[in-house]
Every structure is written in C-alpha cells, then in structure tokens.
Design a protein around this ligand. Sequence first.
Ligand code: ADP
Length: 659
Amino acid sequence: MPDLIFISDKEGNYLENFSAKFAVLLYPIDKLIGANVRDVFDANTAELHLKKINECLESHEIISYEYSAVREGRAFYFDARIAYLEKDRVLRFIRDITSRKQSENEIRKLYQAIEQSPVSIVITDLEAHIEYVSPAFYLTTGYSFEEVQGKNASLLRSGQTSDEVYRDLWKTIKSGKPWQGEWINKKKNGELYWESISITPILDTSGAITNYLAVKQDITLRKKAEQEILDLNATLEEKIEQRTSQLEETNENLLKEIEERKKTEDEILKARIEAEKANLAKSEFLSRMSHELRTPMNSILGFAQLILMGELNSGQKKGMQHIIRSGKHLLDLINEVLDISRIEAGRLSLSIEPVKLDNIIFEMMDALRPYANERQISIEMVNSPYNQLFVKSDRQRLKQILLNLLNNAIKYNIKGGSVIIKTEMMDQNPDGIVPVRISISDNGLGIPAEDLPKLFNPFERIGAEKSATEGTGLGLAVVKKLMDAMGLNLGVESTMGEGSTFWIELPKCEGQIESIGKSGKLTAMESGSAYEKGKILYIEDNISNVELIDQILSTQRSNIQLITTSQGKQAVNLAIMHKPDLILLDLDLPDIHGSEVIKLLQTEESTCTIPVVVISADAMPQQRLKLLKAGAKNYLTKPLDLEELLKVIDEFINNSSTL
Ligand code: ADP
C-alpha cells in the first residue's frame, strides 16, 4: 500500500508502524516509533493532528481531513484518516495527495482563465448541444448560460453562411481535426455580428471524441475597419484610374504639342538655314560686285584727276570736281560695302599680333591731320604712360577702326572744335585679361540718347543725310563688325551740345621686344661680327616689329644690313635696287596683301630668285600652305621665336655656323 499506516496514542506518540513504503517522509522512518507528532510537525499542524485524534477517540468514528507540510522548501499535501482502535489508541492512514492537489490547482487556474477571458468558450456534446459557455458568451450574444444550456449551438446561425461551410466544418471536426473560420452570426436581439471561430474536438484517453470546444471572438469592428480599408482602396483605385487616364490624355496632348513644336522648330531651322544661305549669297554677291566696281572706279577717278590738271574752262572744271567728289564718295561706299560683306561672308582673315598704341594712334592722327586742319579742328593725344602699352589686335583692322572714329570726330565736330584721344587701363576681367581703352572724344553737337542704339546699324545716318555732311552711314557699322569679329567691346557716350566719346577696348599684351628681351637673348654677342655680311629687306608696317628685327640683327648679326618698308608695292622697287640676300615679308600690309608681293617679285627677273620668308601672325595651316605653294621659302609665325628666326637668316645669308 502506498499509504503510511500506524498506531498512535492519545498524546500523539507513534506506537506501531505498518507501512511498506511511503513516498514523502517528513521524518526518518526508523526513528518514527517512539517519536511524537510534535517532533515531526510544526506546532500548528501538530495541534491539528492531536485535535483530530481526540475527536476520533471521543466519537469512535472515522475522521478524515487534509493537511500540508513543507519539506526542503516544497509544499506537500496529505489526506489523513483516523479510525478508533481501542481506548486511547487510534489507527492513522496518511496518503500523499500532492500531485492531485497540483492538478486541481491547474484546473482551477484554467477555469478562472476561461471565465475571465474576453473570448467566448463554448463546449458542446457531439450533436452540438451546449454544455458550457463562458461569461464572455453572454457579453457577445446576449444569451445567458441558463438560456442556452442544452440548446443546439445552431441557435446563433444568421442564415448568411452557406451550407457548404457547415458541411466542411462538421467533416473536419468529426475526423478529429480542428476547424477555423469566420462567419456572420445572430445575437439574441437579432443583431448580426462577425465572428472568428475555432472548433477543436476534445478526445478522451482512448482517443474518442467526447465534446467539441469552440473559441469564438467578435470581430465586427475589425471587419468594419477592413471593409472601410477595402472601400477606401476601391475609391483610391478608382481615383488612380481616373488620374491615370487624365495623365494619359495630358501626355498625349503634350506629345502632340511637342511634335507640332518640333515641326515648327524644324521649319524655323530650315527657314534660318535658307535665310543664312541667302544672306551669305547676298554678302558674296556684294563682295564680288564691290570688288568689280572698284577697278573701273579707280580708273574713272584717275583719269578725271588727269583731265582736271589740263586746261579747262571754269564750268568744265566744276563739272570735273563734281565727278571726282562723287566718284570718291562712291569708292568709299564700295570699300565699306566690301568690308561689311567680307566680314558677313566670313572671309575676313585676322592677323592678331602685339601692336604698340602710340605708334598706331600717331600714324592715324598724322593721316587725318590735313582734314582736321581744313576744318580748323585740333587733334590731341593725352600724355599718359598707357600710350606705351601693347595691345593684341589685327593692325590693319585697328587702323581702320581708329580712322573711322577719328574721321567722324572731325566730321561731326563744330568749327574750331577739338578731338581728344585718351588711353587708359581698365580692371582685369574674370578671364585674366586686362582691357586697354582708347577713347576718342569730340565737342560736336552730340547724339540724342534715343539714337544711340541704332548708331551702329548699316546705312543709319541719324539725320545727317539731310545735312550737307557727306557720308555713307557704313563707317560705324564697319567698326562694330570688326570689333565683333575680334571679340572686343566698344561703346559710346554722348551729351547733346557737349560732344560724344566713342571707345574701344583691346586686350593688353607684352611687346615682342620686351618678351624676347626678358629671356636675356637680346644682349650683344661678341661673336656677332663673326657672321657673314648680308642684306635683308623687311616688308612690315608694324613699327614695333621692325624695331624688333632691327634689334635682333644689331645684337646678333651685326654684319647684316636691314632695309625696311611698310608698302608692298614699294618693296619690289627696293628689291630691284638693293638686291637683298633675303626678304622677310609680313602678309597684312596697308596697300596690297603679302601674297601679291610674292607674285610681283616673281615677275621681275632680278628679284624672282631672292628667297622670301613670310612672318605672319596668321598661324592657320592652310594659310601657311598657300604661301609656301606661292613660293615662300619658309613661314614663321608671330610672336617670333628668336632662335628659329636666326637659324632661317643664317640659312639664307650663306652661313654655315649655327647659333
Ligand atoms: P557716316 O558718317 O558715313 O554717316 P557712320 O556710320 O560713320 O556714317 O555714322 C553714322 C551716323 O552717326 C552719322 O551719320 C552721324 O549722324 C552719327 N555720328 C557718328 N559719329 C558721330 C560723332 N562723333 N558725333 C555725332 N554724330 C556722329
């Protein structure tokens, strides 16, 4: 027997023990006989046992009770029975019920959990008759346990769930498997609600289904929220669809618009190309025409001047003077049209080199002084260190620009007025270029502010056409086009009654002598006199270039004589006269182009063998090729490389030694 069985007396002394074995022993079994309950238990429990023993001795009935004791910190539960044996002696049966007590506790806890759970628990028999519902069932359905006990769970059906679902449910649970689902049920008050349900079969120890357990939860709120989201989604989708179709439409329209715009742009481009072509053709035509007109005009003027020198009566004289004046005017017009059309047709070749300001300005002042004197107008250049500066420019074109501006400053001045030329250095621009400004101021009548913007338009004379002042209205247009072609700035300021100031800006640069001088190569060499004697003819109108070559020769090749001229035509005569060993030739000359000089030299018997070396600022390969083909022996570009130049000189002055 698993029980502890022993005899005890009235005082609680253990007298005899019958137990075979006992699971939980609070006291060593071999020491139990002879011990008292007070030795084994705490005071309270010992008192309980003594009380129960005496109850039994008094009543002679079997006394049963439960008690607990702690051993090694663990609680144990016992079931005790006391039977009357004889006077003062009882038989005690003690059984360990600890595990049963624990199970009961577990069950109680589970039951409490079910009772307090917000989820409804329903237990039915095999035909779905309700055996138990938890309190939450009442809260959800409105039915109390009493109302539904023994009733079929189908009383909650709403009629909204298909038979198919129920068939599936019964099939599943009958086979011993759990079933889960969501459906609409009906409350006692008829209200419908969404329920999430999970039904599990309860099996007995043999595995047979005894009951079904349903766990149910009202999910109406969740379903509502889900529905709202679904509804929202649906409207959202609808809206997206609407928007998408709107966008598609807009896209289509845009595409159409783009296509149309492209078409228009293509047409505009075509029209522009056509217009540019036409403009080019026009410029080409004007350029040819002007060129063709210039030759007969020159002979008309030449012969008219000859006739004027002869004997004529005063009427004839006046007539001839008229022819000459008109002819000159026509020639001016032709020259200017030729210039503009050349620039527009892109046939303007620029030869950019360092140009010294005072040289070129004085040259232009000298050229115009007779005209200014005739009109009693003084021309002055303000004394300034900036006058000595070098600027980067095409020398011939800069001369033309200055000539046009100075000419206007004299032409549109008052009698006895003055023209003042000023140079100044401006602030360095972001590209690191320092512009040098040349201003030409007059004290003429001035130009109305509203006319300033049209001033540089071709054939715009701003009312001067009604006056006696002769002009073509092309001078300033040529100035503007030349400045544009060189990428340079110009401007005008004018005050009525006080005068006008026209200005141009050119980039400052170093002169060639300075830059070569800096390298220390321009110092006299003792051996300079050791070289062969010779003669060089240098055809160049840029005085600073002439000075440079002069210095190079006097320091490096002092035995060589230098002859110079700025005029191409005159160069041929000089060559015949001096028979130089070498001709250095600039291309950009005031009278004829360098290539024509070569041609002229080749036609003369005495000059056709003289070697010609071109020195030009034009570094374009095609220009170089053209000149070499025309007969030049070499082509050096400005700024000059001193060593290269000396090598070339030595080559032609018959010198075998090198630098
Ligand atoms: P042109 O002198 O042949 O008429 P330009 O192109 O040189 O043509 O000048 C255009 C016009 O600008 C001139 O007709 C004149 O009215 C005006 N103009 C040019 N320079 C001056 C100046 N310094 N003072 C006043 N007016 C000027």
